[in-house]
Design a protein around this ligand. Structure first.
Ligand code: GAR
Length: 213
């Protein structure tokens, strides 16, 4: 981090946290620019992502989705946490809960998500985790990939920052495809998008993001 104001990154997780790990590894290699992961928030207790945070001395919180009766009360609790953490950027890295519009309004173009397909294919409500890869295989597409985008009120519909294509191989299962999409796409484009954001290189004009490198 040279000559720049630190940007506080809050990472939201719900599971294994391999994308969180990719972000931590990038940070440790000095590749997140002005960004610093200052807090991890999990929507579930006892997930491996929390152990990854602990191993790297990153403060973590659990705000369980199950403890809240609806998306509005859950989103209000999350919003309070983001403010307490002085978040500059919120990253949904394998976060399996949909937050409501109040958060999108409070953090416009300051929240990003990684999705395991080439949006606008295989996205929207119900398309998460392995379901996305099941749908791609069922449709018989030969190429899939991953997308990093800003989060708006439209599920998986916000401005696209980066995408990377991945070939589907004969005999792929949802699990083998998920792993290849992570290895070849997600773990690269998510940290790269975070660096671009934290270094002020992203300009958003309506639905279109341009990169000023
Ligand atoms: C990743 O493939 C991520 O793109 C996907 O869940 C997986 C989480 O893995 N996210 C979604 O489907 C969100 N709609 P991880 O916990 O190992 O990062």
């Amino acid at each position: 981090m040279e000559n720049c104001m630190q940007k506080n990154i809050v990472v939201l997780v719900s599971g294994g946290g391999t994308n969180l790990q990719a972000l931590i590894d990038s940070q440790e290699r000095g590749e997140l620019g002005c960004g610093r992961i200052t807090c991890v928030i999990s929507s579930k207790p006892d997930v491996y992502a929390l152990e990854r945070a602990a191993k790297h001395n990153i403060p973590a919180r659990v705000i369980p989705r199950k403890a809240f009766s609806d998306a509005a009360s859950y989103s209000a609790a999350m919003l309070e946490a983001f403010r307490e953490e002085k978040a500059d950027l919120i990253v949904q890295a394998g976060f399996m809960t949909i937050l409501d519009a109040s958060i999108c309004r409070a953090y416009p173009n300051q929240m990003i998500n990684v999705h395991p397909a080439l949006i606008p294919s295989f996205c929207g409500k119900g398309f998460y985790g392995l379901h996305v890869h099941e749908a791609a295989l069922a449709a018989g597409v030969k190429v899939t990939g991953a997308t990093v985008h800003f989060v708006t009120e439209v599920c998986d519909g916000g401005p696209i920052i980066l995408q990377k294509a991945v070939e589907i191989q004969q005999g792929d299962t949802p699990e083998t495809l998920q792993r290849r999409v992570m290895e070849q796409a997600e773990w690269h484009i998510l940290p790269e998008a975070v660096r671009l954001f934290c270094d002020g290189k992203l300009q958003v004009n309506g639905q279109v993001v341009s990169i000023q490198e």
